[in-house]
Write a protein that binds this ligand. Structure first.
Ligand code: KG4
Length: 339
């Protein structure tokens, strides 16, 4: 018998619902919140309010597009955390109410695991290469930068992680000091295409092991701007493309240096990338380059599965359903990072 799962994601500023039949995606609806753009970052209170407005129409649309009826659903999967508490509470409460009203099981999903398991989403009539276990996954988003050793769907170990800022945060914060809109990552990516990646040199961290650090890069970027603007007040406007290209190159080099080290250390050469920053064109190009140079088998997600979406929550819910791993309605959301 096929398993039909409704999935809900509301951990940050995207309200999303998806329906999967087994591991096949039937629908994935995402309502992004424009309200934060003018604030230069996500405002938690506004995010919760927008989720509250979006959740019913987004879920209705996802069910409609799936071609199923709500009576056909076998379980509801939802993001329990990590994320913004107010945002998580909207999706969590809705999922609990939905499961209680239909009398179907509830499945809590870890947002970070979901980003990684997005690699297992299948679409009807579309060929797709899933990574075999074990594999390494570079998980890079606005809140996390981790190297994860994925032993199985339900067994993942973080072998390296940021000790301060995340890669996406570095993009967003540096973009903000250049006066670029939020989220900065995609804008930096676009402007970098016209810039010289060698134009500026920014500080790279020297920390042992597989951990990351991006706070030094952020400070070095800020100091370069401060010193140059003191000499020429139009410095940013005149050099924005070169600044973006040099920043992007530095972030990608930092990420790939540690990933190469992880491959060497573990002997695993199946390497995936996940999370919002995996949309970055230079990071994707660096993966392709490493596949050629070091014979890595690489797995890069479709653009639609890089940023927050409920399809990834649904595939994680599917694996948990098969394990009979259901959750209790009394389970509260959690804000803090864990895997
Ligand atoms: O995974 P995600 O949607 O949300 C979190 O769970 O954090 O990631 C959002 C992050 C933001 O920092 C955004 O700037 C970054 O992903 N991002 C990018 C690109 N697209 C999104 N960073 C660099 N290049 C991109 N093309």
């Amino acid at each position: 018998m096929s398993i039909n799962i409704l999935a809900i994601e509301s951990s940050c500023d995207d309200t999303s619902a998806a329906v999967l039949q087994d591991n096949i995606l039937l629908s994935n609806v995402i309502a992004s919140q424009k309200v934060h753009e003018s604030y230069g970052g996500v405002v938690p209170e506004l995010a919760s309010r927008a989720h509250q407005q979006n959740i019913v129409p987004v879920v209705s649309e996802a069910i409609k597009r799936s071609g199923l009826k709500k009576e056909d659903l076998h379980a509801v999967a939802y993001t329990r955390g990590p994320g913004l508490m107010g945002s998580l509470m909207v999706g969590t409460s809705f999922a609990k109410g939905f499961s209680l009203s239909l009398g179907i099981p509830l499945i809590d999903v870890n947002h970070l695991q979901a980003h990684i398991l997005a690699h297992f989403i299948e679409e009807k009539d579309v060929d797709h290469k899933c990574p075999p276990f074990p594999f390494l996954c570079l998980l890079v988003s606005g809140g996390n930068s981790q190297i994860v050793l994925v032993e199985n769907y339900n067994k993942m170990n973080i072998i390296g992680q940021t000790i301060d800022d995340a890669a996406g945060e570095a993009f967003d914060k540096c973009a903000k000091v250049m006066g670029l809109p939020y989220p900065g990552g995609p804008v930096v990516d676009k402007l970098a295409k016209e810039g010289n990646p060698e134009a500026f040199k920014f500080c790279k961290p020297h920390i042992p092991g597989l951990d990351y650090s991006f706070s030094g890069l952020k400070t070095s970027f800020l100091y370069t701007l401060r010193d140059e603007i003191a000499k020429n007040e139009n410095f940013v406007a005149e050099n924005v493309n070169d600044l973006c290209a040099s920043l992007q190159t530095t972030v990608v080099e930092i990420l790939m240096d540690k990933l190469r080290k992880a491959v060497k250390q573990t002997g695993i050469n199946h390497v995936a990338v996940a999370g919002g920053v995996s949309a970055n064109s230079a990071l994707r190009a660096a993966f392709e380059d490493h596949a050629r140079r070091y014979k890595w088998n690489i797995y890069i997600p479709k653009f639609g599965y890089t940023t927050d979406n409920a399809a990834m929550v649904g595939i994680t819910g599917y694996f948990k359903y098969k394990d009979g791993d259901f959750s209790d309605v009394s389970l509260p959301p959690f804000a803090k990072v864990t895997i």
